[in-house]
Design a protein around this ligand. Structure first.
Ligand SMILES: Cc1ncc(COP(=O)(O)O)c(C=O)c1O
Length: 429
């Protein structure tokens, strides 16, 4: 009954929760380092934002459907924001809302013909790599992000993969990146645009973290660098507001008029939304009111500074372990930490006092081939810290992803000290 592509659908960021919940049932308390939800990590939205939403909730028209592509005034507001960057110019017709960016991601790959491929980064946020692989019934085609070079993309690898894979029709950029926290340098983005031009490709940029940068860094938007190449920018409010429960994201189409086939593709995405009627309305109404408020910029700067401070705290705890490759992050709110080759094996362990928990972890690892999953399960059982193995992010490297979200500094320090002690004990066992 199932298509082959069905095997490509997995989401370890939530799969791992099932295991953590089993441990919780045995009395273990868990520090949730798996999911990029600031609210779940004790972030409190300012009252002025909540008041805007509260006022909207009292208006009767908020409860109706909205236009399929989304509220016109909101699309005009967002188009104006993009246009003010001074790059590619769009209007409200070039924007379509979705039920969270996750919804947009699955539709974008779904409507590309099976034999055409979009090359994406490795490691990668698995919603992209899984959806792309599921559409093609094949494993993802990827370019390397290099942990030995600040996680920047290996552009020679990208160029060669594109050159020798005539099926590639597009390049995916996730900027700032999940899971590495890397920001694509301007010259790297320009080179990717050149590669797209040389091979007649379109670009997809997932920019859900575009305004989440810190430690003096800035992320350049696709709109600023794309010139006349067709492309889609993906944006949303799950991270930036943050309001992940709103299920609200949108795509911006760039240079539709430069390529009739790309234009048809954009029309298809709009049509796909139309047959669903529309996306969530309340958050769309809130966007211009919140993002257009002068307090939003100040709020975002403060929130970014706090993430930056946490990046330093985490760096001070985890950098300098010789068996790990560690890069301090500049954007988004994740870090990917890699075990150097040859440092992991199938015999390593962490001490777990509680015998029921120990038995369960040993059961999980008994058939586990991925060495990083083995570490992650032991860390969960021994220290109660839930991280995500990096082999689940479309990567052959062994490591784990953490978040930079814990707002309680004492708890953050404790959790990352536990991770450090877990790593050291595991590697020495
Ligand atoms: C890079 C990236 N894109 C998209 C999403 C999904 O966002 P949404 O909550 O809008 O579906 C996430 C969520 O973690 C993400 O990290």
């Amino acid at each position: 009954m199932l298509s082959e592509g069905a095997n490509e659908l997995s989401y370890e960021i939530r799969e791992i929760v099932k295991k953590a919940d089993q441990l919780r049932a045995l009395g273990k308390s868990i520090a949730w380092e798996n999911i990029g939800d600031p609210i779940q990590k004790n972030h409190i939205l300012p009252d002025w934002i909540k008041n805007i939403v509260a006022e909207l909730v009292m208006q009767n028209d908020v409860y109706s459907y909205c236009p399929s592509k989304g509220i016109l005034e909101t699309r005009e507001f967002l188009a104006q924001q993009t246009n003010s960057l001074g790059g590619v110019q769009i209007d409200a017709e070039d924007i379509c809302f979705f039920n969270g960016l996750g919804d947009a991601i699955s539709k974008v790959y779904q409507f590309i013909t099976h034999t055409s491929r979009v090359i994406g980064p490795s490691p990668a946020y698995s919603t992209h790599s899984s959806a792309e692989a599921a559409h093609a019934n094949h494993e993802p085609i990827t370019y390397k992000l290099d942990p030995a070079n600040n996680w920047f993309p290996d552009l020679d690898d990208l160029y060669n993969k594109v050159k020798y894979n005539p099926s590639v029709v597009g390049i995916l950029i996730i900027n700032p990146d999940n899971p590495t926290g890397m920001i694509y340098p301007l010259e790297t983005l320009r080179r990717i645009v050149e590669i797209a031009r040389e091979f007649n490709l379109f670009l997809i940029a997932d920019e859900i973290y575009i305004n989440i940068t810190y430690n003096g860094s800035k992320a350049y938007s696709l709109a600023e660098i794309i010139e006349d190449i067709p492309g889609i920018s993906m944006k949303g409010i799950s991270k930036e507001l943050p309001w992940p429960g709103s299920r609200c994201g949108w795509v911006e189409y760039y240079n539709r008029n430069k390529d009739p086939e790309f234009d048809k593709f954009c029309q298809t995405l709009d049509n796909a939304k139309m047959i669903e009627v529309c996306s969530t309305k309340l958050p769309q109404l809130a966007i211009p009111k919140i993002m257009g408020d002068p307090r939003f910029k100040v709020y975002r700067e403060e929130t970014n500074n706090n993430i930056g401070k946490r990046s330093k705290i985490i760096s001070n705890i985890l950098k300098g372990i010789p068996q790990l490759m560690f890069n301090e992050t500049n954007g988004a709110f994740y870090n990917t930490i890699i075990f150097r080759d040859g440092t992991l094996n199938h015999k390593q362990k962490l001490k777990i006092q509680n015998s029921a928990i120990r038995d369960l972890v040993e059961k999980w690892i008994s058939n586990e081939k991925q060495l990083d999953k083995r570490f992650v399960y032991y860390l969960l059982g021994a220290k109660g810290v839930c991280v995500v193995p990096i082999s689940s992010f479309c990567s052959e490297m062994q490591g784990f992803r953490v978040t930079l979200l814990e707002e309680d500094e004492a708890l953050l320090t404790k959790v990352f000290t536990d991770i450090k002690e877990g790593v050291i004990e595991y590697l020495a066992s």
